[in-house]
Design a protein around this ligand. Structure first.
Ligand code: NAD
Length: 307
């Protein structure tokens, strides 16, 4: 498939990331079929030109490519491979030659399994998890981290380039997921550390905006301080200044840190910082914050102080 052959894309999973990604595909001139278990999410996208479908089967039946943006591995396996209750997976629903891209963050083994099953049916599949958050999805500046054959990588770029500005080839099937998991292990650690440092400063009389500016121009500089400050009121565009509306839900960060722990167990790697971040997020989520943005971990440090 080359771009002149790709006109119609089915997009499955229209949540915080999927919705804005669809809008960029529409802007680029693709015809986009949309499907989500929550039908209102598909309906909403009709106003910007997408075609809403009420079943997976109908959405993917006659398209050149399918893209999925689902919460976790179990959802991806169900959508591609079907379930125990007789629902068919999309590998059995698409036309021969349909190109398949999964941009969810999931365990590498599930990505490898889907790639293998797709290849057995003569279909090309890449794992292409993303970094850049909802702001990057809206702006079309996501980073895609692709795992798959050289040829599939080249093909995927023709679609991904309309939603992102950096497209990396991490390696073979599953390697995109592994690189993404390493990135999010680091992000969970950086968010935890940034919350801790800001909270320490506030406890000692510093203005969080002034402290953020200082650290941003000093050796503590990082992505969270630059684009995603967790302290309410410091950065107008950040979820922290909008009651921690996601964004990237805390439960999804927990999932990703769990994927990091699984990978570390497989390779016998030492991951003390990631393990601490995973525990902080597990505690935070179990206290009723799972659906808030992951920067709400800042409140954990503040509420510890108030006890
Ligand atoms: P989300 O929960 O907002 O959206 C997921 C959507 O998938 C939901 O609308 C849900 O109804 C739908 N869905 C679930 N099962 C389905 C099925 N069987 N068929 C059709 N639709 C189904 O999640 P999100 O924030 O958009 O994240 C999606 C993926 O991207 C996750 O793996 C996440 O870890 C990753 N990610 C998110 C961000 C972010 O900032 N939000 C950034 C990078 C990566």
């Amino acid at each position: 498939m080359n771009q002149s052959e790709c006109h119609t894309i089915a997009f499955v999973g229209l949540g915080n990331m999927g919705g804005p990604m669809v809008e960029n595909l529409l802007k680029a001139g693709f015809s986009v079929n949309v499907f989500d278990l929550v039908p209102e999410l598909a309906k909403q996208l009709e106003s910007v030109g997408a075609k809403a479908f009420s079943t997976l089967e109908a959405a993917v039946a006659d398209v050149d490519a399918v893209m999925t943006m689902l919460p976790a591995g179990e959802h991806v396996r169900t959508v591609y491979l079907g379930d125990d209750h007789g629902a068919k997976g999309l590998l059995n629903l698409v036309q021969p030659g349909t190109f398949l891209i999964d941009s969810s963050t999931i365990e590498p083994d599930s990505a490898k399994l889907v790639a293998k099953e797709a290849a057995a049916k003569g279909l090309s599949f890449v794992d292409a998890p993303v970094s850049g958050g909802v702001a990057g999805a809206k702006a079309g500046t996501l980073t895609f981290i692709v795992g798959g054959t050289d040829q599939a990588f080249e093909t995927s770029k023709q679609i991904l380039a309309h939603m992102g500005k950096n497209i990396f080839h991490a390696g073979q099937a599953g390697d995109g997921q592994m690189a993404k998991i390493c990135n999010n292990l680091l992000l969970g650690i950086i968010m935890s550390g940034t919350c801790e440092a800001l909270s320490l400063g506030i406890d000692n009389g510093l203005n969080p905006e002034v402290l953020s500016n200082i650290m941003q121009q000093s050796s503590g500089r990082n992505w969270v301080l630059e684009l995603y400050n967790p302290c309410p009121g410091v950065m107008e565009s950040a979820p922290a200044s909008n009651h921690y509306a996601p964004g990237f839900m805390s439960k999804l960060m927990s999932k990703d840190l769990g994927l990091g722990m699984q990978a570390a167990a497989n390779s016998q790697s030492t991951v003390p910082m990631g393990a601490l971040a995973r525990n902080l997020y597990a505690f935070h989520n179990n206290n009723g914050n799972a659906e808030l943005d992951f920067s709400s971990l800042f409140e954990y440090f503040r509420s510890e102080r108030e006890r």
